[in-house]
Write a protein that binds this ligand. Structure first.
Ligand code: PFF
Length: 447
């Protein structure tokens, strides 16, 4: 008996996967990481990580999910019964849960900025003033938490409305819209005075800036942005039907995801140099830079409203997929109803979100290894759990799984072409795990 829901249409399926990939990771986290890690140098390493490593992990996850028709833990239990491989699945569920926490905080910020643009308050006389407003808001208690509540409730309702209706419909509408508005903002940003310096910072690689930290950050960002390394794509692929061309789907998802990140860079960095802001601002970069751009546009508040609405929607389609990893796990493994599983995830995720949010204010002095709670969860999940998860997913698919089964699944039993299969297997077995291991070990200072 197979009662698993499947995605309704091919487009809906690609859109849902793109919806998971494209989110705050592209528009908020990518510029922030690129800004802190040397701009162009980061971009080069990032693209290498996306093409050489992330895409390979994504395809491996697609295989694991569709072949097993199971959640991220159940998938390993099905394909490798009575082995330790299920730990890779647990790592993913834990990562999803932790990411849910800090992701809901930033998602809440997008709602606040949306609200501020509706009330016409997203205005300031200087960059410093935007900076101050952001600091005051994020370090508060009530407001940021209120937005987390609202965002979590919306997420909860969408997750409960089921795979097909909820996730697919939301993604199909907002993804193309987000694309259009980003292009408009790019044009606006490129017309600002001194935009060229920002473009140079973003596109011109100064290779002397590549350090082990830059490489690890780019690797983590690539995995975070592509939603790989934690079983999210395993979970989504378990809903794929058997006629989907998975290699092609992976290429579409990766291309769109990378394009959105680069567009976000073209919006942010010219504005950063034009307004004289430092690119290494951390999490507030986008929230300080963008209002400045909007302020200088005719109908600025309207543009700001549309942008933050779309950003909130992009965050929603991503957080739904994060939520789904844990919900599917509880639903499949403990035979809980979807409603009960989703409620547990929403409530526990909310609790993590509150703690993360308070780490900008009253808990800011509480540090773990020198990081605030928010930064710690961000670092540990993106820079450790996802790369390590991705590495073991590669080793599992490359070494444990029979290549005939792998090929049959990825080519839909020989009915679709996958010309690069042997290149894929080579990357899967040798290149991806070795490089990821080297980057992680190097960062730990053991090398
Ligand atoms: N890829 C999402 C983003 O770029 O915002 C974040 C994310 C979604 C990370 C799903 C991990 C995940 F499993």
């Amino acid at each position: 008996m197979n009662t698993r829901a499947t995605f309704g249409s091919k487009l809906g399926l690609i859109m849902a996967s793109v919806g998971s990939a494209v989110g705050l990771g592209n528009i908020w986290r990518f510029p922030c990481e690129a800004g802190e890690n040397g701009g162009g140098a980061f971009l080069v390493v990032y693209i290498f990580c996306v093409l050489g490593l992330g895409t390979v992990v994504m395809l491996a996850e697609f295989f694991i999910g569709r072949a097993s028709q199971n959640d991220s833990v159940g998938a390993f239990k099905t394909l490798a019964p009575n082995t330790m491989w299920k730990i890779v699945g647990y790592n993913g569920v834990l990562a999803a849960f932790l990411i849910f926490g800090f992701y809901s905080v930033v998602s809440g910020w997008t709602l606040e900025y949306m609200y501020q643009s509706i009330t016409g308050n997203l205005k300031a006389d200087s960059v410093e003033e935007f900076n101050e407003t952001f600091g005051l808001f994020t370090s508060g208690i009530f407001r940021p938490i209120m937005w987390i509540v609202i965002f979590t409730v919306i997420t909860h309702l969408v997750v409960l409305s089921g795979v097909k209706k909820g996730i697919e419909r939301a993604s199909k509408i907002m993804m193309p819209l987000l694309f259009v508005i980003l292009i408009i903002l790019c044009i606006r940003s490129l017309l600002l005075p001194n935009a060229g310096a920002g473009l140079k910072f973003f596109f011109y690689p100064d290779f002397s800036k590549i350090t082990s930290k830059v490489v690890l950050s780019a690797l983590g960002q690539a995995f975070f942005s592509m939603s790989v390394g934690m079983g999210c794509m395993i979970t989504y692929a378990s809903y794929f039907n058997k006629s989907i061309n998975m290699p092609k789907t992976a290429v579409s998802v990766v291309t769109l995801d990378t394009l959105v990140a680069i567009l976000a860079g073209i919006v942010i960095f010219p504005a950063v140099t034009s307004f004289g802001i430092s690119p290494a601002q951390g999490p507030k970069l986008v929230f300080v830079t963008l209002p400045n751009i909007f302020q200088q546009m005719p109908f600025g508040s309207l543009w700001a409203l549309i942008f933050f609405l779309l950003l909130a929607l992009a965050a929603l389609t991503s957080i739904i997929s994060i939520h789904e990893v844990v919900t599917a796990y509880l639903h499949d493994q403990y035979k809980m109803s979807r409603r009960k599983s989703a409620t547990i995830v929403s409530l526990c995720g909310f609790a993590v979100g509150v703690v993360c949010s308070l780490s900008f204010g009253i808990l800011s002095d509480f540090k773990i290894l020198g990081f605030t709670i928010f930064d710690f969860l961000d670092f540990v999940t993106a820079n450790l759990m996802l790369p390590l998860g991705g590495m073991f997913i590669c080793i599992f698919t490359g070494w444990y799984i029979d290549k005939k089964i792998l090929k049959a699944e990825l080519t839909n039993n020989g009915t679709v072409k996958f010309g690069l299969f042997s290149v894929f297997v080579f990357l899967l077995k040798y290149i991806a795990p070795v490089i990821i291991a080297m980057v992680c070990v190097n960062q730990l200072g053991i090398f």
